[in-house]
Write a protein of this length. Structure first.
Ligand code: SF4
Ligand code: SF4
Length: 402
């Protein structure tokens, strides 16, 4: 990981987010897509975020009134002379696909809503398809990003992606971006190698919503609670990602109380697990927490037995486009960890969220058998897919971003 810039006040909780001179961000990032009932709700969440040692705010034009409410909340705190050491770091986003003039208009509107002259980070929001990457590298998006940097309206550019690992790899390899926001979870480690490579290359890496998208861990099922005991599943999930060196974890707070874990784990003077060292990725897991993670994994393996999908992706591509590993991951969670509610929620969003999530569920399997010889675990993939559908298929559910 890169070094922090010299001109920032000492704060052992800050972590570099991008190449030197790095932006420095807190281990937790306030996601602003949930405190949308009123400006006062956003303000109370922002005050709690600051008290929890958070200096990084993640917003987007697509989050309803979030930017407007956040701008009002920032102004209210400024009137009270309240700001984190070194000031707020703010990330907002533009959707891929617009022309240059529209993109410029969008960015100016973002800055106006937030009441700031410059964004710390501008992300391409949902770089999920090859054409999105093309837009950002060679199309109007490339011009837009260059213009934003050249005008000093943003400090650095990056992307968020819900896309396939291959697309994310190509985006990281392009050299265009200085940070990325990815689905990185204790219960979905598919993209962790990409995150490690990005970190090794000096990029900032943000984990998208480990609490919610990572498995509804704020409301864990009884099996999960027992397997993680004496620790809360969410605490282990957060500590696992920080131990991996992930720069910052987004936390979409609706109420100040939602930031309790951030305050407990990353407050300016809060004790950490382990040795208490202050480097970015050390001291987040002590031996007891590592042992609990080991018990958790062993319990999942025991419940799944020989039906556990190892998530190696060797079965791909399916000639019918079935996202085998993603579907069997949901089955792993339901059977292995009692996470049926979360798995069913994700399963029933398939085909309903455009390029933000999978488009085909297990019913697309035609039992052709092409994947079978490729699976090193010799799993009966068509049968497991049919079982996944039986277990998880239900009435459609509401979707938030991501
Ligand atoms: S058996 Fe099903 S999942 Fe496997 S390759 Fe054929 S259609 Fe795809
Ligand atoms: S090859 Fe087998 S173990 Fe690997 S992801 Fe596919 S189904 Fe799972």
């Amino acid at each position: 990981m890169g070094n922090l810039p010299d001109n920032l006040p000492y704060n052992p909780g800050l972590r570099p987010f991008g190449p030197a001179p790095a932006t420095a961000v807190s281990p937790f990032t306030l996601g602003t897509m949930r405190a949308l009932d009123s400006p006062s709700q956003m303000e109370s969440v922002l005050r709690a975020a600051m008290a929890a040692g958070i200096n990084h705010l993640d917003t987007a034009p697509g989050y309803g009134p979030a930017e407007t409410f956040l701008g009002l909340a920032l102004a209210a705190l400024q009137r009270d002379n309240l700001a984190p050491p070194g000031g707020w770091r703010i990330t907002s986003k533009v959707l891929p696909g617009c022309d240059l003039a529209h993109g410029q208009e969008q960015l100016r509107a973002i800055l106006e809503r937030l009441g700031v002259a410059q964004l710390t980070n501008l992300a391409v929001h949902g770089l999920n398809l090859a054409e999105h990457l093309e837009w950002a590298l060679h199309g109007p998006g490339a011009e837009l990003l260059e213009w934003a940097l050249g005008e000093g309206l943003v400090t650095q550019v990056g992307f968020s992606s819900h896309g396939k690992p291959e697309l994310i790899e190509a985006a990281l390899a392009s050299g265009r971006f200085r940070f990325c926001s990815l689905h990185l979870h204790l219960f979905d480690q598919t993209r962790l190698p990409l995150a490690r490579a990005a970190l090794a290359g000096g990029l900032g890496v943000q984990a998208i919503s480990p609490a919610d998208k990572g498995g509804r861990l704020y409301d864990p099922p009884a099996e999960l609670v027992a397997d993680c005991s004496p620790f809360h599943p969410l605490e282990l999930a957060y500590r696992f990602l920080l131990d991996q060196g992930i720069s910052t974890l987004s936390l979409g707070a609706e109420q100040p109380e939602d930031l309790a874990w951030a305050a407990a784990l990353a407050g300016p003077s809060a004790p950490r697990g382990g040795s208490g060292q202050s480097s970015a990725n050390e001291g987040w897991l002590n031996p007891e927490q590592r042992a609990a993670l080991g018990r958790l994994e062993a319990a999942g393996r025991a419940r799944l037995g020989t039906e556990r999908c190892g998530q190696c992706r060797a079965c791909l591509p399916c000639p019918n486009g079935v996202p085998i590993p993603e579907l069997l991951r949901l089955r792993n969670l339901a059977v292995g960890h009692g996470m049926e509610t979360f798995a069913a929620e994700r399963y029933n969003l398939i085909g309903r969220a455009g390029h933000w999530w999978e488009e085909l569920n297990a019913e697309a399997c035609r039992s052709c058998g092409a994947c079978l010889p490729r699976c090193p675990l010799e799993l009966p993939i068509p049968e497991l897919l049919a079982d996944t559908h039986r277990r998880l298929s239900a009435a459609p559910r509401r979707r938030l971003w991501g």
